[in-house]
Ligand binder design. Structure first.
Ligand SMILES: C[S@@+](CC[C@H](N)C(=O)[O-])C[C@H]1O[C@@H](n2cnc3c(N)ncnc32)[C@H](O)[C@@H]1O
Length: 294
């Protein structure tokens, strides 16, 4: 093949890195990815809806009770002040800088975004924050690990548990400052924020041999880091420990991670709620997988 032709073919199959720096190329790649992931989510939600069961199909006494009390149950504590804070964040138009930590694309290094937009797009809904609280409360979780603090809303929910110590990881300096202010505002001494990229900070933290009772993985929603972080944390889970993975159908790669992790040797049962997945490390459970709505 003529050199020029060979180069043109190479360009089509493997576009050079600098092309991704052109804003119009970035935006068209983002739009296509967004569209593909949206189509994937629609298809997955239909499948989830067709496959889901309710309490009438649960034979295990443990999961029957878990379904009725935790999934269908109500949270007795009140989180009005945390929700007031969320409302303030939703109305805050100040701009902060977001650093790319590998959860979007290697080609997008930083981005200016309003606090209100972040609050709209990346904070866990109150309904799920309450569910995480109930799950952690049910196992009387003390040592709690959260990957992905953002502005600290889920950390604040989990820190309301009586004996909890929440260690939360965040790599964006502007979000860390906001989260720290929020923790001070609530006078929360049982939350420690670990600053920096989880790729480095999590392995350092896990040098500490303390067992983890409850972990929430809501940071880097890519296949490889999800599996890698899970494998690190799984070895530290307590006997009745639970890991919740958020956004399991956000993209085909997250669904792939979820489908592998729920079959992991250390996982004894799993619950797929579509928005998140719950993994149980309790040895006394027989291996089961449930698809429920929430
Ligand atoms: C979906 S948000 C977390 C939301 C939070 N759990 C809540 O609902 O209140 C994910 C956060 O993880 C952080 N993050 C993603 N990848 C990271 C990494 N590799 N290291 C540190 N932080 C990371 C992002 O900066 C972002 O703030």
């Amino acid at each position: 093949m003529h050199d020029d032709c060979a180069y043109a073919v190479k360009l089509i199959h493997r576009p050079p890195v600098y092309l991704f720096l052109i804003p119009s190329v970035q935006s068209s790649i983002f739009k296509k990815l967004f569209l593909l992931n949206t189509l994937f989510r629609i298809q997955s939600s239909i499948k989830h809806w067709l496959d889901k069961v309710d309490e009438h199909s649960i034979h295990s006494p443990f999961f029957y009770d878990f379904y009725l009390r935790i999934i269908r149950g109500e949270t007795k504590s009140h989180f009005t002040d945390i929700e007031k804070l969320r409302t303030q964040l939703l109305q805050n138009n100040s701009i902060i800088k977001l650093k790319d930590l590998g959860d979007t694309s290697a080609y997008f290094k930083s981005e200016d975004r309003s606090i209100s937009k972040i609050a709209h797009t990346s904070l866990t809904d109150a309904k799920y924050c309450e569910l995480f609280y109930r799950i952690a409360e049910n196992i009387e979780a003390e040592n709690i690990v959260e990957l992905g603090t953002s502005m600290g809303i889920t950390s604040l929910y989990l820190a309301q548990l009586k004996k909890s110590r929440v260690t939360t990881f965040e790599g964006n300096p502007d979000l860390i400052n906001i989260a720290k202010t929020n923790f001070e505002l609530f006078g929360k001494k049982n939350i420690e924020i670990i600053e920096g990229n989880i790729d480095q900070t999590l392995s350092d933290y896990l040098q500490n041999p303390a067992k983890i009772d409850f972990a929430l993985m809501d940071a880097n929603h890519r296949y490889e880091p999800t599996v890698r972080y899970f494998n690190w944390i799984a070895k530290r889970m307590s006997d009745t420990g639970i890991i919740v993975i958020d956004d399991i159908y956000r993209s085909p790669e997250m669904a792939k991670a979820w489908n592998e992790l729920r079959k992991h040797d250390l996982v004894y049962s799993s619950v797929d709620l579509f928005t998140c997945g719950i993994l149980f490390f309790d040895l006394s459970l027989t291996k089961q997988h449930f698809i429920w709505s929430y």
